[in-house]
Write a protein that binds this ligand. Structure first.
Ligand code: PLP
Length: 337
């Protein structure tokens, strides 16, 4: 199968499995897992933060960040379509009594900072206390540039907000911007980095921030059942992919561009946009479900939607790209009849 539904579908390579099999482990709740200790220190250093915390998932990482930045009755400002607001089950509200203040996401994936400023609540007993601005980079594959991040930092400082990054795909952003991850992370108080998206580790994210912040996050992680004991077997995979799978993200970006160019030429397919490893297409004449079923017969998986998202990753190879375009062409032709 060529699985274009998400970059979360990658499977560990043989090399990753070997590293996992040999990983040194200990009880991480006792702070004794050498592979986890090494990964946490490595990500913290890479992002210019005091400490890191290895966690089960991107959702858990973002939730811990929100619980640490905000107390009961506080609020965080977030994009209406950002993962931390829309796709994380309302965890901050459910588990932290934290109110979200969503704002519209701009076409480039950022938030209009004037709009952000306009929703910050005055210090008044009627209002929730605005504490945090939570951004996402990349968002829908779109890269938010360093100039914008520096303006967001300035606003956060001026209005005394914390600044969190959902950096599930921040390495894609760094590769696209041709900068180091630290150049992005430097603007944020806390950063959540996923190892299990385009980087191709089977599991895990690292939350990073100040020593006090991570100590607090460690407490919440345990409470939420996230003390994973000998999880060094997973962390070792995380370390491996940071060594070996970062620069190759440029290949995923090139493949997404090539797919966009090929599919954009086809009758009945509209290209809605492409950035880093994600493209969005629409089917002008056909039900996306029908297209998806026909593609599945040709061993291609997509998630059908009005705007169908296709994602390139470690398990989509250069030779798959022309094959996918050809299969789409065949399906469009057969359905047109
Ligand atoms: C932008 C973004 N943030 C966070 C997450 C959550 O990651 P996980 O599914 O590993 O919890 C995702 C998942 O796809 C994501 O796309």
């Amino acid at each position: 199968m060529i699985d274009l539904r998400s970059d979360t579908v990658t499977r560990p390579t043989e090399a990753v499995r070997q590293v996992m099999a040999k990983a040194d482990v200990g009880d991480d709740v006792y702070g004794e897992d050498p592979s986890i200790i090494r990964l946490e220190a490595r990500v913290a250093a890479m992002l210019g933060k005091e400490q890191g915390l290895y966690v089960a998932s991107g959702v858990q990482s973002n939730l811990l960040a929100l619980l640490c930045h905000c107390q009961r009755g506080d609020e965080y400002i977030v994009g209406q379509d950002y993962h931390t607001y829309k796709y994380e089950g309302g965890g901050a509200a459910v588990l932290g009594s934290i109110q979200p203040q969503p704002v519209q996401v701009e076409a480039d994936g950022s938030l209009d900072l004037q709009r952000v400023e306009s929703v910050i609540k005055p210090k008044d007993l009627h209002f929730a206390r605005s504490r945090l601005l939570s951004l996402e980079n990349t968002h829908g594959g779109k890269v938010i540039g360093l100039d914008y991040l520096s303006q967001a930092r300035a606003l956060s400082d001026r209005r005394q907000l914390g600044l969190h990054l959902d950096g599930a795909r921040m390495m894609n952003a760094a590769v696209a911007l041709q900068c180091e991850a630290i150049d992005i992370a430097t603007y944020f108080d806390s950063v959540s980095l996923c190892l299990s998206k385009g980087l191709g580790a089977p599991v895990g994210s690292v939350l990073s921030g100040s020593k006090d912040f991570i100590e607090e996050a460690r407490h919440w992680r345990k409470m939420l059942g996230g003390g994973m004991r000998q999880a060094g077997i997973l962390a070792a995979a995380g370390e491996y992919v940071l060594d070996h799978h970062v620069t190759r993200l440029a290949d995923d970006h090139a493949h997404a561009q090539q797919l966009a160019e090929g599919l954009g030429e086809l009758e009945g397919v509209s290209l809605h946009g492409v950035a880093t490893n994600i493209l969005y297409i629409g089917f002008d004449r056909h039900d996306p479900q029908v297209v998806a079923a026909a593609l599945k017969e040709k061993h291609i998986l997509i998630s059908p939607a009005a705007k169908t998202r296709l994602v390139t990753h470690l398990d989509v190879h250069a030779e798959d790209v022309p094959y996918v375009v050809q299969c789409f062409a065949e399906v469009m032709a057969s359905l047109a009849v």
